[in-house]
Design a protein around this ligand. Structure first.
Ligand SMILES: NC(=O)c1ccc[n+]([C@@H]2O[C@H](COP(=O)([O-])OP(=O)(O)OC[C@H]3O[C@@H](n4cnc5c(N)ncnc54)[C@H](OP(=O)(O)O)[C@@H]3O)[C@@H](O)[C@H]2O)c1
Length: 214
């Protein structure tokens, strides 16, 4: 799969690197330094390159949106026409100092994104885990018991593609339903952040749902 990374910071750099190591073609974009993007691409291996957001989105089967809420409009404008594209967003609608959600209960960042790009196919995923755990999960992907990862969206083929990416990273994908369920997954991400960054055990935290009675 060809995947464009829009936002190559903590989340985008790590997920892009893992996607490349899992065999996907990855284009890193949208950082303040082009040198950083080139270095990321070199480190991620032969399947990775650096480009502009437009280059990352062009011919991509999926783009990962991994920027601060305040950068959404700019990066989307730089990416150009995303009609028909799968946009996997891990971005959370946070205020400028990243202490609070600025949207919630009656909408979500993912739904607002879908409103901004109505012809794109938005899936909300990877937003409920800290970046610090991603490489550990990838390293542990051959173990029997995988951590869960919730995702949601309204377009079934786009969700199927996203579930594959989630599996490639090493998680067990949990389909939480339509995109409006991001109203629940986004606050859940803040709970995970609280446990990861304010708890005693460190930020290398993932979660796993268990079902009983089956
Ligand atoms: N970090 C986490 O653990 C985590 C977990 C779940 C969800 N999220 C969400 O995921 C999204 C990305 O988070 P992150 O932690 O990866 O953010 P980040 O590390 O700040 O990365 C954001 C990216 O955007 C780039 N950027 C920012 N301003 C720019 C500008 N003016 N021009 C060009 N590029 C610019 C940054 O460039 P530089 O590389 O030059 O800084 C960086 O590559 C956020 O919405 C966040 O809420 C994060």
């Amino acid at each position: 799969m060809r995947i464009g990374i829009l936002g190559s910071g903590l989340m985008g750099a790590k997920l892009g690197t893992i996607f490349a190591r899992a065999g996907h073609e990855v284009v890193f974009s949208y950082a303040r330094s082009q040198d950083k993007l080139k270095q990321l691409a070199r480190d991620a291996g032969a399947k990775a390159s650096a480009g502009t957001p437009r280059e990352a989105a062009q011919d991509a089967e999926a783009v990962l949106l991994a920027v601060h809420w305040s950068r959404f409009d700019e990066v989307l404008q730089q990416a150009g026409d995303l009609s028909g594209k799968v946009i996997v967003t891990c971005s959370l609608p946070m205020n400028n100092d990243n202490t609070e959600l600025v949207i919630g209960t009656t909408s979500s960042g993912a739904e607002e994104l879908a409103n901004k790009v109505p012809r794109a196919r938005v899936v909300c995923a990877f937003n409920t885990v800290p970046s610090e755990v991603l490489f550990d999960v990838f390293e542990a992907r051959h173990k029997v018991s995988r951590p869960s990862l919730v995702y949601c969206g309204d377009d079934e083929p786009a969700k199927k593609l996203t579930a594959k990416l989630i599996r490639d990273v090493g998680f067990d994908p949990v389909d939480a339903g339509p995109l409006r369920i991001a109203r629940y997954t986004e606050p859940f991400a803040l709970l995970i952040g609280q446990l990861a960054y304010e708890g005693d055990g460190g930020p290398e935290l993932a979660y796993r749902f268990e079902r009983f009675g089956e």
